[in-house]
Design a protein around this ligand. Structure first.
Ligand code: FES
Length: 258
């Protein structure tokens, strides 16, 4: 298949970017990133700068890849990262516009690559457990309700790709932050620091310049891991509780209830 690609080219964080048009040939079995690899081989052979884009696992696991294709974060397929997207999702003759995540908190570093360090700083603010818990306990040594275990696993599926921010008209990061808080808030091990975590991560999210959720739902639609907006509600409840009580532990949360 033959494609026309309009790709955002930007030399570095300080330079002004612009769309540049390329033609590409691809097999429908190729992944989207393999198609870009071929385009880049051609650019290198012509002595031109290859297109910069992030990737690592190419298996939908690491969250490193991500850009916007024709206005949609990660492209047209639901629950699919751009590294797992295949050219059979497109038609011969299509024109595809590729641009980086657009958000003040994700400055463009080069071409399709943005700086997602803001996510790392939010995690560093509280997205972890600091308790000394010794060696790994036997499975099932700590009983956890199935409902909570399932919710925790659902939230833990977040790969931190940033599609939620790119899709949100407010560039809000609340789906990401709520997932990273949520998977810990459902488990007993996450309780001792639960309120401190809520305050610290929300404060860091605000300090990074992300917007606020106004219930558009674009984040949930764009998320390749189907993280649900219900986690935002759970995060807000924890944050309000933490702000009102100043306590370190959510009332009635000893068993890891949501
Ligand atoms: S490269 Fe790892 S999720 Fe896409």
């Amino acid at each position: 298949m033959k494609l026309t690609l309009r790709i955002w080219r930007q030399k570095d964080a300080k330079s002004k970017g612009a769309f540049v048009t390329y033609t590409a040939e691809a097999d429908e079995e190729m992944s989207f990133l393999e198609m870009l690899d071929v385009v880049n081989e051609g650019l290198i052979q012509r002595g031109e700068e290859p297109i910069a884009f992030d990737h690592d696992c190419r298996e939908g696991i690491c969250g490193t890849c991500g850009f916007v294709i024709n206005g949609r974060a990660h492209g047209p397929r639901e629950r699919t990262t751009v590294c797992q997207l295949h050219m059979r999702s497109f038609q011969d003759g299509d024109t595809l516009t590729l641009e980086p995540w657009r958000a003040d908190a994700f400055p463009v570093l080069k071409d399709l690559v943005v700086d997602r360090g803001a996510f790392d700083r939010i995690i560093a603010a509280g997205g972890f457990i600091a308790s000394a818990i010794g060696g790994a306990p036997d499975a099932n040594a700590i009983p956890i309700r199935k409902e909570n275990a399932d919710l925790s696993m659902d939230a833990a599926a977040c790969i931190g790709c940033g599609a939620c921010v790119a899709a949100c008209p407010n560039a809000a990061a609340m789906l990401f932050v709520s997932a990273k808080m949520g998977h810990l808030a459902m488990l007993p091990q996450g309780q001792p620091e639960r309120m401190d975590r809520a305050r610290a991560m929300v404060a860091q999210m605000d300090a990074e310049g992300f917007g606020t959720c106004t219930n558009h739902g674009e984040c949930e639609a764009a998320c390749p891991k189907a993280i649900r907006m219900e986690f935002i509600g759970r995060m807000n409840a924890d944050y309000v509780k933490a702000s009102l009580t100043g306590g370190r532990r959510a009332a009635g949360s000893e068993g890891g209830s949501g």
